[in-house]
Write a protein that binds this ligand. Structure first.
Ligand code: FAD
Length: 395
C-alpha cells in the first residue's frame, strides 16, 4: 500500500466492518480508510435479513448499493395454536452480494482481503506478513468471542438454499414455523422464498448448548421438505451458533477485549440484539454514527464508541430479561409458547421489538396478562445469573 498513514484502519470485513467502510466512503470521503479481512471475501458465508422498517432513510440508503432480495406481501409466523400474517416486508442480503458491493464501492487500495491482522494498537496494525500499517484510528470489528463475563443461551441453526423440481408454493417469508416438533429446545423453521422454485430453509434452535450436529439438522430439513412434497437439490448451505445474552458484566466484557487507543465495535463490541442475536439495524446505525463522529474528531472515536456500547447495553436490558424468561423459566419444549404469545401482540410493538426500539408501554404490554411460563420459575430466573457463554468455543 502506497499510503504512508491511513486515517482509519478497519479490522474485520464482516457486517460491521463492511458497513462502516461504506459509511465512511459516503459520509466522510476525505478520510482514507482500508478494510482488512483475514478471509478471501468480505462477509464470510452468511445470509443477513431484516425488516424494511428496521432501517431509517439513511440506513436504507447505506445498504442500497448491495443487491438484496426484497419481498412485498408481509411475512408469516406459524405456531401450534396460532398463525398470523404480518404486514412488515422483509429484506435479505447474501454475503456474496455484500462482498461484491464492497468491492464496487471502495477504491482498490482500500480492499485488503486475505489480510490477517496479528497486532493492533492505537497507532496502527500489523499483518501476518509482518507488514506494519500506521493509522490515526484503528476500529476493531473482528468476530464476537464467547466470554465468561456474559451469560445466556444459544441460537443454533443450519440453513440450506434449495432448488425444488416444482414450485414450492411459499409466497412470503415465514419468520417462524414452530409447528415442528420441539426436541429439547425452541425449534422453528425459517423460510425465505427466493424464487418460485428456490427457497432458503433454516432449521433453528434456541438451545442451552452451542452444539450443532449438522447431520441431524440436514435430515430435519429433508424431513420438513418431504412433508411439503418438495423434491430438491441443495444449492448452498450455512450454519450459525450465536450467543443469546441474558446477563453479564458488560464493563468487564469490554475491558477483556479492549486495547488502549483502539475502537472496539461490531458484535464483538456488544452491538447485538441480545435476544435475536441479529445485528443488521444496529450495525447500520452504528456505522453511520461512527462515520459522522470520525469526520468531527477522529481521535475521540474509542471513547465515542465505548460510550455508545455502554448505552446500547443499558438500552437492551429488557431483551436480556426476556431472554432469561425464555431460557430459565420455560422448559425447552415449552419455549415456543413465549413466542406464540408474543406474536398475538400488536404488530407495531413486534416491529419495534425486532429493531431493538421497544417503548416503555411496549415493555409493560409484553409482560402483562397470563404468563406463558410458571411464575415461580420466572422469579427464580430473574434472580439467577444464567450459564456463562463459554461452552464449545475457545477464545
Ligand atoms: C449464518 C449466520 C446467519 C445470520 N443471519 C443473520 C440475519 O439474518 N440477520 C442479522 O441481523 N444477523 C444475522 N446473523 C448474525 C450476524 O451475522 C452477526 O451478528 C454479524 O455478522 C456480526 O457482524 P460483525 O461484523 O460484528 O462480525 P462478523 O460478521 O463475524 O465479522 C467479523 C470478521 O472479522 C474477520 N476477522 C476475524 N479475525 C480477523 C483478523 N485477525 N484479521 C482480519 N480479519 C479478521 C472475520 O473473518 C470476519 O469476516 C447471522 C449470523 C450467522 C453466522
Amino acid at each position: 500500500m502506497s499510503i504512508e498513514e491511513l486515517d482509519i484502519a478497519i479490522v474485520g470485513g464482516g457486517l460491521a466492518g463492511g458497513t462502516l467502510a461504506m459509511a465512511l466512503r459516503k459520509h466522510a470521503p476525505d478520510l482514507s480508510c482500508a478494510l482488512f479481512e483475514a478471509g478471501d471475501v468480505y462477509g464470510g458465508n452468511h445470509r443477513w435479513s431484516w425488516f424494511e422498517h428496521d432501517l431509517d432513510e439513511d440506513g436504507a440508503a447505506l445498504l442500497e448499493p448491495f443487491a438484496r432480495t426484497a419481498w412485498t406481501g408481509g411475512n408469516e409466523v406459524r405456531f401450534p395454536g396460532y398463525s398470523r400474517r404480518l404486514e412488515s416486508n422483509y429484506r435479505s442480503l447474501d454475503s456474496r452480494d455484500f462482498d461484491a458491493g464492497i468491492r464496487r464501492a471502495l477504491p482498490q487500495e482500500a480492499i485488503r482481503t486475505g489480510a490477517r491482522v496479528v497486532g493492533l494498537d492505537g497507532a496502527g496494525i500489523t499483518l501476518g506478513t509482518g507488514e506494519r500499517i500506521a493509522a490515526r484510528a484503528v476500529v476493531d470489528c473482528r468476530d464476537a468471542l464467547p466470554s465468561e463475563h456474559l451469560a445466556g443461551g444459544w441460537q443454533v441453526f443450519l440453513g440450506q438454499h434449495l432448488k425444488t423440481t416444482a414450485q414450492h408454493g411459499i409466497k412470503r417469508p415465514v419468520i417462524m414455523d414452530a409447528t415442528v416438533n420441539q426436541p429439547g429446545a425452541y425449534r422453528f423453521v425459517y423460510l425465505l422464498p427466493l424464487g418460485p422454485d428456490e427457497i432458503f430453509v433454516e432449521d433453528t434452535y434456541y438451545a442451552d448448548s452451542p452444539e450443532l450436529d449438522a447431520e441431524i439438522l440436514r435430515q430435519r430439513i429433508a424431513d420438513y421438505a418431504a412433508g411439503k412434497d418438495w423434491q430438491f437439490e441443495i444449492v448452498h448451505e450455512e450454519t450459525g451458533v450465536l450467543p443469546v445474552i441474558t446477563d453479564g458484566d458488560f464493563e468487564a466484557y469490554r475491558a477483556s477485549l479492549s486495547t488502549p487507543g483502539v475502537t472496539l465495535a461490531g458484535a464483538r463490541g456488544g452491538f447485538v440484539h441480545p435476544l435475536t442475536s441479529y445485528t443488521v439495524p444496529i450495525a447500520v446505525r452504528n456505522a453511520l454514527a461512527i462515520a459522522r463522529a470520525a469526520s468531527d474528531d477522529i481521535a475521540a472515536l474509542p471513547e465515542f464508541v465505548d460510550s455508545r456500547a455502554k448505552q446500547h447495553w443499558r438500552d437492551t436490558a429488557y431483551y436480556r430479561l426476556l431472554g432469561k424468561m425464555l431460557f430459565q423459566a420455560a422448559e425447552p419444549a415449552e419455549r415456543y409458547r413465549v413466542f406464540e404469545r408474543f406474536y398475538r401482540l400488536p404488530e407495531v410493538l413486534i416491529s419495534r421489538f425486532y429493531a431493538a426500539r421497544s417503548t416503555l408501554p411496549d415493555k409493560l404490554r409484553i409482560l402483562t396478562g397470563k404468563p406463558p411460563v410458571s411464575v415461580s420459575r420466572a422469579i427464580r430466573a430473574l434472580l439467577g445469573k444464567g450459564a456463562p457463554l463459554v461452552q464449545g468455543k475457545s477464545p
